[in-house]
Design a protein around this ligand. Sequence first.
Ligand code: NAI
Ligand code: MG
Length: 361
Amino acid sequence: MKKTYRIAVLPGDGIGPEIMEEAVKVLSLVAEREGVTFEFKHGRIGGIAIDTDGTPLPEETLTIAKEADAVMLGAVGGPKWDQNPGHLRPEAGLLGIRKALGLFANIRPATMHPSLVEASSLKPEVVSGVDLIVVRELTGGIYFGEKKRYDGPNGEVAEDQCIYHEAEIERIVRVAFDIARKRQKRLVSVDKANVLESSRLWRKVTERVAADYPDVELSHMLVDACAMQLVRAPKQFDVIVTENMFGDILSDQAAMLTGSIGMLASASLAEGSFGLYEPVHGSAPDIAGQGIANPLATILSAAMMLRLSFGMDAAADAVERAVWSVLEAGHRTGDIAADRSRAIGTAEMGRLVREALQSQA
Ligand code: NAI
Ligand code: MG
């Protein structure tokens, strides 16, 4: 019996369906090569679900996701739904599924491919060789704390509460240590322990967990210092772990070191091996339907799924190598091309990646 993995496929809106098609084809080839079965089940999310089912996250989609071993998501949103009320906006589908699936760990790699160095806004000698991962806590902290608005003696008052529990910190920090262990074994925990009580607990728990990972070198950095170091000397970082709001900001900053939104993959993990994988970019309505979107962020997200949810490390490496070799050969979609007149389309890029994968021993 072949081992079977169930994958929920939620293409979403705009370029979502175009880029997802290429990722699914790459995964099908991986299944063939590895002698496993990938069972794909498609579901609707975002604008398309609003139009078809009257809600951005239909029950049926949630069931498909929950019954799967992992979820691949394209992107949601577009001008068509921009004026909708909050609960009928495509983004409500995203927030809803993240919450329903208990995705507490957001993983965002920023890897500078040598042949794309010119796409960065920073100097080549600063960014070439950057290969880091930001691990962000996704379901706690100030974004989920109690919010209040009321009138005080000196005008309106607003409150956002920031709460972290020991167990919440421990589980995200363990995810980061596990990832660091498979890489350069260097973990930087980012906090604001000179000011925030929640950060002091964060640091204490991180120190305690570190005892279980003697092979990983742990250091602490204040969030403002980290923001500076990320642009000054990003190569010093291997894995960064931080709380929700700091991670929101630092993961975007780290991602932009590498230049192109069309290349950035992400994973959001729950307890166990379950995860949701999606490109960092949105639905790109400005280029949707033209067949020119870059599918590499989605294909690289699929590689993350192979590694983090299915434990298929060799297959993940092979997909990543295939992507890099296509770039090395000079193939570019419009978003990363120096000369746009020679850019290739979505399907062609997908085909080249599969060809590169096939030609690997
Ligand atoms: P966006 O990421 O969709 O697009 C920003 C720019 O990057 C556009 O010029 C677009 O053409 C380009 N781009 C993005 N992905 C690309 C790709 N794979 N290949 C080539 N070019 C690419 O962000 P924007 O324009 O702010 O948002 C558009 C819609 O997407 C909005 O409705 C927004 O709410 C939604 N969105 C959804 C996200 C998600 O599903 N996770 C994340 C961000 C935005
Ligand atoms: Mg953000």
